[in-house]
Design a protein around this ligand. Sequence first.
Ligand code: UT7
Length: 309
Amino acid sequence: MTGKIIGTGSYLPELVWDNHKLTEWLDTNDEWIRERTGIGQRHISKDLGAGKMALEAAKKAMEDAGKAGLGAEDLDAIFVCTVTPDIMVPSIACEIQKMLGAVNAFAYDINAACSGFVFVYNMAVAYMETGLIKNALIIGSEQLSSMMDWNDRSSCILFGDGAGAVVVTACEQKGASVMHSDGASGEALQCVTGGKLSMDGQKVFRFALKRVPEVVEEILAKMEMEKEQVDLFLLHQANMRIIEAVIKRLGLEPEKVPSNIDRMGNTSSASLPILLDELNREGKLRTGMKLVMAGFGAGLTWGAGYITT
Ligand code: UT7
């Protein structure tokens, strides 16, 4: 069993801060940020929190899924992953269930940081395998600007705000999931509730360079697939140098590893669904494609999922 994408949507705040904007108060420059991260700009949400951004993305994904004949009442589950919930109770997912009128869906939020979208997608497929659900709306939404220390140039330059949503339906084809956590290394990237994020950038960098290739190889082995058989590898958009290093280490064709980090920065759990929505809107997702997604982040957590179109 695997998941098949039948609708995508995203929400990006109108306000955009390019690297030059950050130099108004930070000792940094466009060249350093581009060279070390590949990031040129990020969206910043001043007015909408993770909940409202998630709703906007969800509405667009449902509109898209409507073309395939799927309506809100056909949803069996709604999952939101976020590390920046603007409401804790009820969950953002339950709010979205109400707003969409998805009366047959159960709904809840999870936090798996930047691995969130992969983890929650794998969880949805596990539910599909038990027969509990057929159709799920999966959303990653983050207002990371609210947890940035905007005077910490080694972390704030990386992150951006936004939301992405994907409607997936159960598909009777082979699938595979891989998920890992290393709580003992959690201090590398942390934030207490209401506080500001602190990160050991180099530690996270080294962790990503080791774990992302590993997890991609793990899922290919589980799928009994060669990398050449995969149409697209969708990697969490954290740093272009990490993406390029993974491409090199695994010998992937660069055109099979799309990226939008230059325009988005790192949007944590929203990065993969925003990327999927861009590819979809650009007509780059054709029926029957084989996609491998991989995420990594705070926890530490890392994982990969297989999804089709
Ligand atoms: O979703 C997971 C989220 N986290 C990540 O993916 C983070 C992974 N790590 C990274 O992306 C990189 O480690 C960073 C982009 C955060 C930092 O890049 P780096 O190449 O590891 O730089 P560094 O920390 O080794 O710093 C090199 C130099 C230092 O100066 P000195 O000591 O060599 O004089 C820093 O003080 O660059 C300096 N520096 C900056 N200079 C200009 C650090 N941040 C900046 C900055 N602008 N924004």
